[in-house]
Write a new protein. Structure first.
Length: 198
């Protein structure tokens, strides 16, 4: 299976690569590293990426920036960081990628637990995660040729200790459990799901 992993060298991405690299062709994508580079906030960059990679069987996105900070000082520009990157960047991977994905392929996007379990300073991230989950749920009924789509929504992960103070009472999620949710999405048969890993 030819699998494109965007954010392949990141905190989550490197574990997803490890979980899927046996018996699959992994195309590692980053903003500055990997087999190819992409700026997911730029649709032209996404199209150029797919022209370079050619047809594929699965795409996993573990990337996307979003603003984390107090609502009282949040600005329109702050909020739009996540809209342009984590939301529209991943949506455009699907909108453009549907022209390149093989029949019965799959898309797996990354949302997050804050969609339904908010924390202080996370209003922008919560909104974007919720939008991604809703997009996946709706896109699943329209994608053609048996193509599936799911989202993985991790809680705070064990390799991001800088965020622990913002998640009081949350038990950090193991990277193994997070990576296996992506495996489930790619190798399983479900579609339109938002897998919460908390």
């Amino acid at each position: 299976m030819k699998i494109i992993i965007i954010g392949a060298s990141g905190t989550i991405g490197k574990h997803v690569v490890k979980a899927l690299e046996n018996n699959n062709e992994i195309i590692k994508i980053g903003s500055k590293s990997g087999d190819f580079q992409v700026d997911i906030s730029n649709p032209e960059s996404i199209k150029e990426l797919f022209e370079q990679t050619g047809p594929f069987d699965a795409l996993i996105s573990t990337t996307g920036d979003a603003h984390f900070g107090p609502l009282t000082s949040m600005t329109d520009a702050d909020f739009r960081v996540g809209l342009n990157s984590k939301l529209m960047g991943q949506v455009n991977l699907v909108l453009i990628g549907q022209q390149y994905i093989n029949p019965k392929g799959s898309f797996t996007l990354t949302s997050g637990s804050l969609a339904a379990d908010p924390v202080v300073y996370g209003a922008s991230v919560s909104a974007i995660n919720g939008a991604l989950d809703s997009f996946v749920n709706a896109a699943a009924i329209e994608l053609e040729n048996g193509v599936r789509i799911n989202a993985v929504g991790p809680g705070v992960v064990e390799e991001s200790p800088a965020y622990f103070p913002y998640f009081p009472g949350h038990i950090p999620v193991s990277m193994h459990r997070v990576a296996q949710a992506y495996v489930k999405s790619v190798l399983g048969a479900q579609t339109g799901q938002a897998y919460k890993v908390v």
